[in-house]
Unconditional design. Structure first.
Lengths: 376, 274, 342
């Protein structure tokens, strides 16, 4: 499918409305004994996209459904522009939702689907017609207005679903795994397009996803969830670079995990003796005692291959098992003792020969340091 | 497909012909015959059915009974199926069991049980009299409303099961979507649930119609001798009066009219699906 | 009335209706034969009394095919004159139809060793009488005074509790003819009956299929009907409040006859079957509870509950000429349908 950028000034045409602020304040949801969402407080500033990222069962969908009004939380409040909306039914909350399955009404045309919310609100026919046209045009589906969902591709259905959610001019747009049913090639295009449309409408959005790439590419900020709790909230790059927990380090991007012990304090940093046989220096916002066991996580691109004869004490011995081309980079599959590592390096020249090597932390790299007790 | 693959269909075709089509043709021939050896033919039997106000009335009565049974079962099955859709697993099982249970008892037993319920000294009248709602027994047995009431219970599974199946196929997120878009429960029912359940509803209607219009035992036992329906007339002409041409013509009229209604309903269902 | 008796009677009624719908016929084994039998009470009685007697006397196994009289004729006709059973059991109307249609083997009374026990004329060249039926009025003595005769049924107090059934059965036909006679009609003219029926029709309690009558009576839907003594004694023995009233114009009686089906391959067994049926021990057993047959064997005294004290008494009962009735019956049936229709 041909996905093209619309003219840059398209945003100006619609007259961007002011966004609305969304607060989730101390939300807790329990199913029987299990706590699905445990005291979650998050804020989405006007016009931003917040991604709720986490593995299945982490509570992100439950949280979204609480905001939508499908679930009554046991505790906590949902506020839009500072006003609680907990007492309102889903339809009264000014919330537009794009479902994972799109949930388009199969017996209605695209236009009828988009008109549904406006009709339910009893808007005059003329207004409905105009808004349906505008919404379908915004997602570039005006040519398919009279088609039933079955006659549309997955990507087209998704855009109709988006148009339907936006047609009611919601204060908040909720996106529940909107790309899960699409094939990979289509995803990035649609992610970009949805983000663009969201910006243009200036609508505050919450995106639920288990795909870190999706969260990274779409969200202004992401909240990484696990077991009903938020482990870390921050801009994608910040979360990626400074994971707050080993779980976040593992879930957002790829991390190599190296165990070691604090040898000494060196100013604001620590000297660490790694179990794989290297001594290196890393700083951390967290405090550690000398002799404490720690876990160091390093991104694949923070590590580098060295020659087996390299004398650097900050490098440790390892064995290169294979090297795989990954787009513009080369992915090295390395083992150091029982620890498996992945390394990314720009591809240039012939790939190195498998066999004994040394692995070192790049000088500018800032690995994350955790107390070894923080499992997972 | 290989050449001669049609040969594979020959046994089935022959079976269809000898066990279904041939008897039907024989029935058609009988309706025109004036003697048992098919030596002479006439259209007298057909004139007696289609040109006679009593017989024509019986045809209309039968179709009307089928239609009313469809309406009555629908009225009850739709709320029950909706309840099943939103119910928890326990209640779901109970509703399904209650829906299937009538199928496990013979129609003869069910029909006679309705005599006990609808009779002058039956359950309903006893209850009405003892609570003082009426002062003399209400006529239920041998009335069309009584018969429809009984048929509603007897035919209910045929309506309820396809309906439950149709509702189960509806993606629950459609209901969420409708509610999030601001639709009331009633609007969601009218605009989303019922249109999507329509194929099941029409399938149920076809089954109930065909079954109620031909419910010989219920019609004669509960309906009684003052309500004239085709199945009992066919039986009487064939078995008591030995007027086989008339019986055959009435049987074909019954079959034709039931098929016509069923065809109309299934055409509607196809339209609803498109 | 107890629950048990309710259920028993309901069960018996179900049997009648259910059996009427059963298709097919049992297979014939060597040394065996198949006999048609009325569903319900007759079926029960013959299986319990006649089958063991036949097996003991002649070593013949009998399989029963439960069919009403008209259904037996219909089946034999549908099979192009070759009945799917060896012996018919029929009322007078269907008997005459069977003779007209040539459905019976010629019958030789000399082959019945027990023929001496039958009154004169009970065995002829088409078959033999095996039981008698007496038809009159049945009523609920707890709800209604004993009716004096057919005319009473048209009085409001009876009409509003009356169950009507048409010309489809022998007892129905006979009763309706007797009513017609009261109002000036005859065996070949039932028009006066229809005139009277039209007057009471809005009040009558039920118009039903013959098989449904017992159930309606037992459930209190109707409290008066016309039927045979056999049904009355059977229902009474099961706890139903029911009594038999002999109309002032006399109860009507008719014989139930057995006939050998044309083309039967088991003619010897068929004669043995009919002979055993009229034998003194079988007739005696059938006339007792719970069967209450009216016996035809002169050596048998009817059971205490059977409303006929001796065979001689039967001669005084009203009888009918079915060769006159049969040609008119189809028209009466159709007429009854139309008169009854709302």
């Amino acid at each position: 499918m041909l996905e093209q950028m619309p003219p840059a000034d398209a945003a100006l045409v619609t007259g961007t409305p002011a966004g609305h602020r969304l607060d989730m304040d101390g939300i807790r949801v329990r199913y029987g004994q299990a706590t699905a969402v445990d005291d979650v407080t998050l804020t989405v500033p006007p016009g931003e996209i917040l991604a709720l990222l986490g593995p299945s069962g982490c509570g992100k969908t439950t949280l979204l459904r609480s905001v939508a009004g499908f679930i009554r939380p046991e505790a906590g409040r949902v506020l839009v522009d500072g006003r609680p909306i907990d007492h309102l039914p889903p339809g009264g909350r000014g919330v537009g939702i794009v479902f994972q399955s799109y949930a388009l009404f199969p017996h209605m045309t695209a236009a009828q689907n988009v008109a549904y919310g406006l009709e339910a609100r009893g808007r005059p026919q003329k207004e409905i017609r105009q808004k349906v046209e505008a919404a379908l045009a915004a997602v570039r589906m005006e040519a398919f207005a009279e088609r039933r969902p079955r006659a549309l591709s997955g990507g087209q259905q998704q855009r109709v679903a988006l148009a339907r959610a936006l047609a009611i001019e919601p204060a908040i747009l909720l996106l529940d795994e909107p790309f899960a049913a699409l094939d990979r090639a289509l995803r990035l295009d649609l992610q970009l397009e949805i983000k663009r449309i969201q910006r243009r409408f200036g609508v505050t959005a919450v995106l639920v996803t288990h795909d870190q790439d999706e969260a990274m590419s779409m969200a202004d900020r992401m909240a990484v969830m696990r077991g009903g709790r938020v482990e870390q909230v921050g801009a994608p790059a910040e979360v990626y670079d400074n994971p707050a927990t080993p779980f976040v380090a593992g879930f957002v991007g790829t991390s190599n995990r190296l165990h070691g012990r604090i040898e000494a304090r060196e100013g604001a940093a620590y000297r660490i003796r790694l179990d794989v046989g290297a001594s290196l220096v890393a700083d951390s916002p967290r405090g550690f005692a000398v002799g404490e066991r720690v876990l160091l996580t390093a991104r694949p691109e923070q590590l580098a291959l060295r020659d087996a004869s390299d004398p650097d004490p900050a490098a440790f011995p390892a064995r290169l098992r294979q090297s795989l081309p990954l787009g513009p980079a080369l992915m090295h599959d390395v083992e150091a003792g029982s620890t498996e590592l992945k390394l990314h390096q720009p591809r240039h020249g012939a790939p190195p020969v498998p066999g004994p090597v040394r692995v070192a932390l790049l000088p500018e790299a800032r690995p994350a340091l955790f107390a070894a007790g923080d499992a997972a | 497909m290989g050449e001669g693959a049609w040969k594979l269909a020959v046994p089935l075709g022959l079976a269809q012909f000898s066990f279904f089509l041939a008897p039907l043709l024989l029935l058609a021939a009988t309706s025109f015959a004036t003697d048992e050896n098919f030596s002479q033919f006439s259209v007298q039997a057909w004139l007696d059915v289609l040109g006679d106000s009593f017989h024509l009335g019986a045809v209309l009565n039968t179709l009307r009974l089928g239609a009313l049974a469809v309406l009555a079962t629908m009225l009850l099955a739709v709320p029950l199926a909706l309840l099943h859709m939103v119910a928890g697993p326990g209640l779901k099982k109970i509703i399904l069991l209650a829906a299937v249970l009538p199928l496990l008892t013979s129609v003869v037993v069910r029909t006679f049980a309705w005599i006990v319920i609808l009779g002058r000294e039956g359950v309903i009248n006893t209850a009405l009299l003892s609570t003082g709602i009426v002062s003399s027994p209400v006529a239920l047995l041998q009335t069309e409303p009584g018969l429809i009431l009984a048929l509603t219970q007897i035919e209910m599974p045929l309506m309820l099961l396809p309906l439950i199946a149709a509702l189960a196929r509806i993606d629950p997120s459609l209901l969420d979507a409708s509610s999030a878009l601001g639709a009331s429960l009633f609007r969601t029912l009218r605009k989303v649930v019922l249109p999507l359940a329509l194929p099941g509803l029409l399938a149920g209607a076809t089954l109930v119609f065909a079954s109620a219009a031909t419910a010989f035992i219920s019609q004669s036992v509960i309906g009684g001798g003052r309500l004239a329906y085709l199945p009992a007339l066919v039986w009487q002409q064939a078995m008591v009066v030995f007027n086989w041409p008339l019986a055959a013509a009435m049987a074909l009229t019954l079959m034709g009219s039931v098929l016509a209604v069923a065809a109309a309903l299934s055409a509607l269902a196809r339209g609803a699906q498109a | 009335m107890t629950d048990l008796s309710r259920r028993t009677v309901l069960g018996a009624t179900l049997g009648l209706a259910g059996a009427a719908l059963l298709p097919g016929r049992p297979a014939r084994a060597a040394g065996s034969m198949t006999a048609a039998v009325y569903p319900g009470g007759w079926d029960e009685a013959l299986r319990a009394v006649l089958s063991p007697a036949l097996k003991q006397a002649h070593g013949v196994d009998v399989a029963y095919e439960p069919l009403f009289a008209v259904d037996q004729i219909a089946k034999a006709r549908a099979a192009r004159g070759t009945a799917p059973f060896d012996v018919f059991v029929l009322d007078p109307g269907p008997r005459v139809s069977g003779i007209d249609l040539g459905l019976f083997e010629p019958f030789d009374p000399a082959r019945l060793p027990n023929r001496d026990k039958l009154p004169a004329g009970y065995a002829d060249t088409v078959g033999a009488g095996v039981a008698a039926q007496v038809v009159g009025i049945a009523y609920n003595p707890k709800k209604l005074a004993k009716p004096a005769g057919w005319r009473d049924l048209f009085k409001p107090e009876y009409a509003s509790r009356l169950g009507l059934t048409g010309f489809g059965t022998t007892f129905g036909t006979i009763s309706l003819i007797e009513m017609a006679k009261v109002f000036g009609g005859s065996e070949s003219d039932v028009e006066p009956l229809f005139v009277e029926l039209r007057k009471i029709l809005p009040q009558v309690a039920a118009v039903a299929q013959p098989a449904a009558m017992a159930g309606l009576f037992q459930q209190g839907q109707i409290d008066v009907m016309y039927t045979n003594t056999y049904t009355v004694t059977l229902l009474k023995s099961r706890g139903v409040d029911i009594d038999f009233a002999v109309p002032e114009t006399g109860a009507a009686a008719f014989g139930t006859t057995m006939h050998i089906a044309k083309g039967s391959k088991n003619i010897d067994a068929a004669y043995q079957y009919i002979d055993t049926m009229i034998s003194t021990p079988v007739q005696a057993a059938l006339s007792q509870a719970p069967y209450f047959f009216v016996p035809v064997n002169t050596g048998v005294t009817p059971g205490a509950d059977v409303p006929v004290k001796s065979l001689d008494e039967l001669k005084n009962f009203v009888s009918h000429d079915w060769s006159k009735i049969n040609p008119l019956r189809a028209r009466w049936i159709d007429r009854f349908n139309r008169e009854m229709a709302k």
